[in-house]
Design a protein around this ligand. Sequence first.
Ligand code: NAD
Length: 538
Amino acid sequence: MPAPLKILVTDEIDAEGVALLRAVPEFDVDEQPTLTPPVLLERIGQYDAIVGRSATKVTEALLRRAVRLKVVGRAGVGVDNIAMDAATELGIAVINAPAGNTVAVAELFFGSVISLLRHLTRADQSMHEGRWERSDLLGTELRGKTLGIVGLGRIGGEVAQRAHAFGMDVHAYDPYVSDERFAALRVRRAATLDALLGVAGIVTVHTPLTDETTGMIGAAAMAKLPRGAIVVNMARGGIVDDDALRAALDRGHLAGAVLDVYVKEPLTGEHPFRPYHNVVLLPHIGASSAEAQRNVAVDACAAVRDALLNGDLSRTLNGVLAGEDAATLGPALVLARRAAAVARALLADRGATAIDELTIKTGDDLTASAGALLAAAAAGLLEGIVEQERLNLINARALATARGIVLAHGEGGFAPHSRAIEVRLSAGAHAMRVGGVAALDFTPRLTRIGDFHVDVAPRGTLLVLTNHDVPGVIGRVGTALAEAGVNIAEYHQARLAAGGDALAVVTIDGAPPAHVRDTLMALRDVRSATIVRFGGDA
Ligand code: NAD
């Protein structure tokens, strides 16, 4: 009989999850809730898998000592405590459990908002201190209030469903979600964040922390809220701006706030919000319910079991697709992902952000990998919209479909190259196709944007400009970029007919300064300027 596979379970994982591992005869499960880093480092060499929460730091040094380790399981979402790049390099699968705590957060939202509206903490404290302060504790109700949800994803959706039961008027702003999801959740769609803020008596953010959402609820946003509004952040610290929130509370514009997350956690010492009695402060307990802990433990342990026992890597965050030839398909996956990111950015700059369909067409040699390429394109489409640590090639299709995006592999009529890929996105009346070739002997190139033929490698940062085909535009663009300190790597100019529309694709090194788009848009004869910064490789 082969030696058992040794699994280290640490950080007090819920017993129901551990039981799944103990039930497997081939496993030897070692539960050690608290091991100091030096002891862990000393012992890690004997384990085939480790399952933990956030307390155990899975560092690069630890992984390099872990000669037998095949899988790291995280019972929860965040993987900040795991040295992901080192794990990938060493071929160690990292698995998390992203969905188990959705309801816990949604329920806490109502608990804490009602607590704020009905002064529950003050009432309870005064009773315990021997007082009866009934007349001071006049509260307000949820019924009839307008709830403004920013981010109608998993948690935003659960909040919306429950808000109806309280008789609230539910509005949301999420430019990346289709009309169908809004309709299914019976949520009124706000076309802009400002439109949502203008009506929201309670505004709650449920987005990831991205470049776009950092500081999203700042001074200007708060000024747009009706007087007496409440701001809730149970998503990530930094989405609501702390200074702006304090200022709005101080001048009495806001009636209160609920915070479960902070820019720097844990809060220590004299944090500026501590004295505010109209701010409910929670120590990041959104996911702290027994059920959520059980859900994430069961999810993580089941995934670790399947990975060890059956080689099922479908839940890994850092894995390549099982069964695919990663070396040859890699460039094609990158191209599909980046083509989708370009198409999405171009549509967004035309005001179309709620994508409803993604179609991919491939040349003959890539037809067999269409599923993986569709996943890569879906990942490109969702990049920067959903949390990066929840997005991988395995789950991208499911995430896109859950958001109401129809995914399709287009048939026929497409053979510019046996390794060509074309991604077509549609958003309502708008559509955009971006294509390229991932040949085996050179770096992938983008060869088509809309109706234009181009030839440029999609890497670093890509600028796509449309302009009138008149003399001087290229010079003006080049000068403007040079003045902004931007170094051009490639510049490709394309046109449909002389004197008509023209399109320029420029790749640049690094990230351009924030004002570059406005600078380019202000140039004579330039009609649009779209900037795409490419994220992680597929
Ligand atoms: P999700 O990916 O299912 O949903 C996020 C939604 O935000 C998506 O629908 C996306 O379209 C939308 N979005 C992205 N950028 C946007 C923008 N600029 N404007 C408007 N909408 C935008 O994620 P989820 O599972 O619902 O989680 C939401 C947040 O809650 C995350 O930040 C997550 O880290 C956090 N969270 C907190 C706790 C806690 O303990 N407090 C627990 C779980 C999750």
